[in-house]
Ligand binder design. Structure first.
Ligand code: NAD
Length: 507
């Protein structure tokens, strides 16, 4: 658990909120933070009520004029400095991520790097905010547009990327001139608290970036607060839908990214060894707790399935499960006992539904971490689209194999799934790959790339029930999301020329 002064950090220290440039303790409701590898309490986080949320929003609103009128080039300099401090403090941030989330340190480094890339993008804000100018749209009339910040922007984030997903939001929102209130996941809040101090050290005015720790109560208070202009949400689909419906009803601009069930299609001509290795990382990395994790592989043809499963089983026999801080670990624990129980329940459901559990990780015990929330990798074969383990997001180290006879049949299965975040095809056939990319009804598509997470210069967003709203996260969409276009038409009449009143529409 992170405190500004490391010497103050004890297992009973309350992590409060970050408001107006300092950590404040306000709440009587609290939650224990666990190390998922040991199930031991490593800290306590406060859970904000609506008065604390309103306090943070008011501070952000009061800071808005100062930050909004700070020239974009100066705002960019804060981002340059922030990027440097993130790199200088990467080890400490990654240790916090691993301690509270459980993922391996190497995985935490990858997450932080992807977050830093969004900060790098935000460094280009003077260029990104350039408006459009047209001289002489009419006689003596010029027209230009500019992109103005919204005001107070809010972000609500999930547990699975405690540093990166918040960084999908606040660097671009701040660079655009907004002030920000972040509500991180209550399960692993420390990485964001650390970043709040780094932003302050980067020269961001106090009050421009605030954190309220909390749960549903804090989220509902943000959605109800009339000063909050926009809400960016990332999390599960039921909550994303609630946030989208309530936020838009309350007049806010909302982007709400939800859950996923990402399919890989394995074609008969694919390099099966390469496809299996890529799928292993994409399905079991971070214990399957990624919104872009491959959770279904559709094998086209019986022989493809036999070969692919053979390679997967071989790879899984070598996969090392251990605490995320162990240098030899490939996969750490799940986030909580509650989530472990949920994933194990899905395995029981799959067996009851008639799927064949060809790799069973339920008996795994990690020596020295017997109480940790560990589950070994699980692989189901003969899964059908009618089964719950196919339809619902499991969010654990569980891969489902579905069999199809043709590419068209496989693509139809993908298209009919209600989620539409990411997908991938493994093939050596350019025509098959092109047909797939052109026609599949999914937001992010990989060709021999199992985790097609767009680079920071593009935007991240799924289709169907994986994204509510029109604009995706980070990249150019985020610049549009966090700004309002204003178009100005101006005329400076030439000296002495007087116009008569005209009652027809100006043309
Ligand atoms: P979650 O929906 O439980 O929580 C997300 C956020 O919402 C948290 O800050 C939480 O405090 C808050 N919250 C939880 N329940 C709420 C409620 N009833 N009302 C209001 N707020 C509530 O999600 P999670 O378990 O933290 O994260 C995992 C989920 O996030 C998975 O479904 C995963 O697919 C999804 N996810 C999606 C993306 C994406 O880009 N589409 C990225 C990462 C994670």
């Amino acid at each position: 658990m992170y405190q500004r002064e490391p010497s103050q950090a004890t297992s009973t220290t309350n992590l409060g909120h970050f408001i107006g440039g300092q950590m404040v303790n306000r709440s009587t409701r609290t939650l224990s933070i666990e190390d998922p590898a040991t199930a031991k309490t490593i800290g306590i986080v406060e859970l904000a009520d609506s008065s604390t949320v309103d306090e943070a929003v008011n501070v952000a609103q009061q800071t808005f004029p100062e930050w909004r009128y700070t020239p974009p080039a100066k705002r960019a300099r804060v981002m340059f400095k922030f990027k440097q401090l993130l790199e200088d403090n990467a080890d400490e941030i990654c240790n916090l991520i691993t301690q509270e989330h459980g993922k391996t340190l190497e995985d935490a480094r990858g997450e932080l790097q992807r977050g830093i890339e969004v900060v790098e993008y935000a460094c280009g804000i003077p260029e990104l905010l350039k408006g459009e100018h047209t001289p002489s749209v009419g006689t003596n009339i010029d027209s230009w547009s500019q992109f103005q910040p919204l005001g107070v922007a809010a972000g609500i984030t999930p547990f699975n990327f405690p540093a990166m997903v918040p960084m999908w939001m606040y660097p671009i929102a701040l660079a655009c001139g907004n002030t920000f209130v972040l509500k991180p996941s209550e399960l692993d809040p420390s990485a964001s608290m650390f970043c709040a101090w780094l932003l302050q050290d980067s020269g961001l005015p106090d009050g421009a970036f605030n954190i309220v720790n909390g749960d549903r109560e804090a989220v509902d208070a943000l959605l109800a607060n009339p000063t909050v202009q926009s809400v960016s949400f990332v999390g599960s689909t039921p909550v994303a839908e609630h946030v989208y419906v309530t936020g838009t009803k309350n007049g806010k601009r909302v982007q709400a990214l939800g859950g996923a069930k990402n399919h890989a299609i394995v074609m008969p001509d694919a390099d099966i060894d390469q496809a299996a290795n890529a799928t292993l990382g994409a399905a079991y990395g971070s214990c399957g707790e990624r919104c872009m994790a491959i959770s279904v592989a559709i094998c086209v043809g019986e022989q493809t399935a036999t070969d692919f499963i053979g390679h997967l089983k071989q790879g899984l026999s070598k996969l090392r499960v251990d605490s995320g801080s162990s240098p030899s670990s490939d996969m750490g624990p799940l986030i909580s006992h509650r989530h472990l129980t949920r994933v194990r329940d899905y395995i029981d459901v799959g067996i009851e539904e008639g799927a064949e559990l060809v790799v069973d990780g339920r008996d795994l015990v990690v020596s020295g971490h017997e109480n940790g929330h560990f589950l070994g990798p699980c692989l189901f074969d003969h899964v059908t689209p009618a089964m719950r383990i196919y339809q619902e997001e499991i969010f654990g180290p569980v891969l489902c194999i579905v069999r199809a006879q043709t590419q068209e049949e496989a693509m139809k299965i993908v298209d009919e799934h209600p989620y539409g975040n990411g997908t991938c095809i493994f093939t050596r056939d350019g025509e098959a790959a092109h047909f797939f990319a052109e026609n599949i009804k999914i937001g992010m598509v990989g060709i021999n790339v199992p985790l097609p997470v767009p680079a920071a210069v593009h935007s991240f967003g799924g289709w169907k029930r994986s994204l509510f709203g029109d604009l995706a996260a980070y990249g150019p969409d985020a610049v549009r999301f966090y700004t309002r276009r204003k178009t100005i038409t101006e005329r400076w009449p030439a000296g002495g020329v007087r116009e008569q009143a005209r009652f027809s529409f100006p043309s």
